[in-house]
Design a protein around this ligand. Structure first.
Ligand SMILES: *[C@@H]1O[C@H](CO)[C@@H](O)[C@H](O)[C@H]1NC(C)=O
Ligand SMILES: *[C@@H]1O[C@H](CO)[C@@H](O)[C@H](O)[C@H]1NC(C)=O
Ligand SMILES: *[C@@H]1O[C@H](CO)[C@@H](O)[C@H](O)[C@H]1NC(C)=O
Ligand SMILES: *[C@@H]1O[C@H](CO)[C@@H](O)[C@H](O)[C@H]1NC(C)=O
Ligand SMILES: *[C@@H]1O[C@H](CO)[C@@H](O)[C@H](O)[C@H]1NC(C)=O
Length: 217
């Protein structure tokens, strides 16, 4: 009986012409009808595993709407990222969404050959990333420290660094808060915004003395 049922299913799959079955996909993609998802949506959006970020120093100035004369919530700052390379590459792709990238520089490196610099920055909207082209190939085991200056804006979008209004008539409250899950970090600082790319973080916030800053980092 069991054999018959399996055989029947097998024929059924063949007869509707599936070229791939669930078993052809990695375990984490099974059970989601992935084979029938349009091809352009199956594109692998993950970043290169050649680059391991090890430390971030985020320095952020925030202007919160209604405080210190600000008529909208904006932020600007810099992120300094230490990176190790496990394979050779001549580009660095990291996430950034809705941010204006002002300046990118290499401020330090432990290098095994010639000096290097960022020669081109391209934005990939689809991948929510920026791609930094380096003027030579970085080889495995080199390390590099990158500094990116950027700015952005906050709204009520519930994502990234966003505004929250609590219009309580007795105690109205305005909060500017981060929501990083699952891919919100890239909305407020350029980063390797993937769970596998863990690193240490230091955060410094400049803000109006009228508001308080808190962090659970
Ligand atoms: C944000 O921009 C202001 C004005 O240009 C500048 O003074 C400040 O240092 C910047 N903040 C950071 C954290 O870079
Ligand atoms: C990065 O490279 C340095 C020097 O090779 C090494 O000490 C450190 O453990 C590496 N860190 C990671 C997270 O791979
Ligand atoms: C890359 O840029 C650095 C800094 O400008 C420069 O010193 C180096 O010679 C350049 N390397 C190549 C291969 O062009
Ligand atoms: C940067 O690279 C992109 C894509 O390769 C290219 O279209 C663009 O012209 C380059 N920009 C500069 C300033 O070299
Ligand atoms: C970054 O700052 C510039 C200059 O003030 C502004 O035009 C731009 O809209 C800002 N970017 C974002 C994403 O808010």
């Amino acid at each position: 009986m069991t054999h018959f049922v399996l055989f029947f299913l097998f024929l059924n799959i063949l007869s509707i012409g599936w070229s791939k079955s669930d078993a052809d996909y990695p375990v984490y993609l099974r059970g989601m009808n992935w084979a029938n998802v349009e091809e352009h949506l199956q594109e692998d959006l993950s970043l290169s595993d050649a680059i391991i970020p090890t430390n971030y120093i985020i320095d952020l100035s925030v202007n919160a709407r209604g405080y210190g004369g600000a008529d909208k919530s904006t932020f600007n700052g810099s992120v300094v990222i230490d990176m190790n390379f496990t394979r050779s590459t001549n580009s660095i792709e990291l996430h950034s969404r809705g941010l204006t990238i002002q300046k990118v520089s290499i401020i330090g490196s432990r290098i095994d050959s010639a000096p290097l610099s960022v020669v081109n920055i391209t934005h990939n909207k689809n991948r929510e990333s920026i791609i930094l082209l380096i003027n030579r190939t970085i080889i495995a085991n080199e390390e590099m420290i990158l500094e990116i200056h950027y700015n952005g804006s906050s709204d009520l979008s519930e994502y990234g660094l966003h505004e929250i209004w609590n219009p309580d008539p007795i105690e109205p409250r305005f909060v500017l808060a981060t929501n990083n899950f699952p891919t919100g970090a890239r909305f407020w600082f350029p980063s390797f915004d993937e769970p596998a790319k863990r690193a240490q973080f230091q955060l410094r916030i400049d803000h109006s003395t009228e508001i308080n800053g808190f962090s659970n980092m």
